[in-house]
Design a protein around this ligand. Structure first.
Ligand SMILES: NC(=O)c1ccc[n+]([C@@H]2O[C@H](COP(=O)([O-])OP(=O)(O)OC[C@H]3O[C@@H](n4cnc5c(N)ncnc54)[C@H](OP(=O)(O)O)[C@@H]3O)[C@@H](O)[C@H]2O)c1
Length: 263
């Protein structure tokens, strides 16, 4: 074992949903820590520039097609990932989507899109990759949650249901697979500016409102998540499983909400 608890040299990490946003930051952080990568998108051709960036860091990289709403696509992706490297050590279950709407406007299709992507997709990707991890007796699975895993927000009922489900499912999977050397944790980002929520960040009033409620007084920068993802992927977290690590500038402490309520 390396003396550096955070060294991922020689390990292979799958990060789903790496065509943009947080997935690229997770992949970059893991590559900088030494890991080789599997990158995914529903259209892998879009991954070419990012693949080149990972290779420029001196790591191997394979780009695969993956639609987490398709069981067949998940099975094919898992087989291709294993065939490419022989062993997968780390999975960051990042692919996800959101549709913000008042609860009364949420359609049947909206609900299915969000739950099938964020909850069902996260489960079946974990299951497909864990089959191979269990054979090797080692694995680190990091499911991406959200502050909505633990807090309710208007306009985010289906999304919150999916992220609360991811948190709960993480505990069950940790209980199931711990005996096989596979840890399962949930990394729950707070409010980060990415393509998924670009429109909200264009509203300066909303950004100010948000910052007033975050104890560290700013939204998350995607690289604020680097340390947490490397930690959960590495030897440093070997006795931690079934947990949800909130990286949110403290917004879920509730203290600032209480202060606002008293005014
Ligand atoms: N941004 C935040 O503040 C925040 C906070 C908490 C949690 N999260 C979660 O963190 C993850 C990344 O967020 P983000 O803001 O980076 O989102 P984003 O910019 O919208 O990127 C989403 C990624 O997921 C992939 N994806 C979407 N639907 C998919 C499907 N059916 N099958 C496979 N891949 C799919 C997309 O790839 P393709 O379109 O190329 O297939 C894309 O790479 C999401 O799960 C999100 O819910 C985000």
């Amino acid at each position: 074992m390396s003396e550096n608890l955070f060294d991922l040299t020689g390990q292979v990490a799958v990060v789903t949903g790496t065509s943009r946003g947080l997935g690229q930051y997770f992949a970059r952080a893991l590559a900088r820590a030494g890991a080789d990568l599997v990158l995914t998108s529903r259209n892998r051709e879009t991954l070419a520039p990012f693949e080149a960036e990972i290779r420029a860091l001196g790591r191997r990289s394979v780009a695969l097609d993956l639609d987490v709403r398709s069981h067949e696509s998940i099975q094919r992706f898992a087989a291709e990932a294993e065939a490419a490297y022989g062993q997968i050590h780390i999975l960051v279950n990042n692919a996800g989507c959101n549709i913000r709407k008042p609860a009364l406007d949420v359609s049947w299709e909206d609900w299915n899109t969000i739950l099938e992507t964020n909850l069902r997709g996260t489960f079946f990707v974990a299951q497909a990759v864990a089959r191979s991890m269990i054979q090797h007796g080692y694995g680190r699975i990091i499911n991406i949650g959200s502050v909505t895993s633990v807090f309710g927000y208007a306009g985010l009922a289906p999304y919150g249901a999916s992220r609360g489900g991811v948190k709960q499912m993480t505990m069950s999977l940790a209980d199931d697979w711990g005996k096989h050397g596979v840890t399962v944790n949930c990394l729950a980002p707070g409010w980060f500016k990415t393509e998924q929520n670009r429109v909200m960040y264009e509203d300066e009033g909303w950004v100010q409102y948000l910052c007033e409620r975050i104890p560290v007084k700013r939204p998350g920068q995607p690289d604020d998540l680097d340390g947490a993802v490397v930690f959960l992927a590495s030897e440093a977290s070997r006795y931690i499983t079934g947990q949800t690590l909130l990286v949110d500038g403290g917004i879920t402490t509730g203290s600032t909400r209480a202060t606002v309520a008293k005014k």
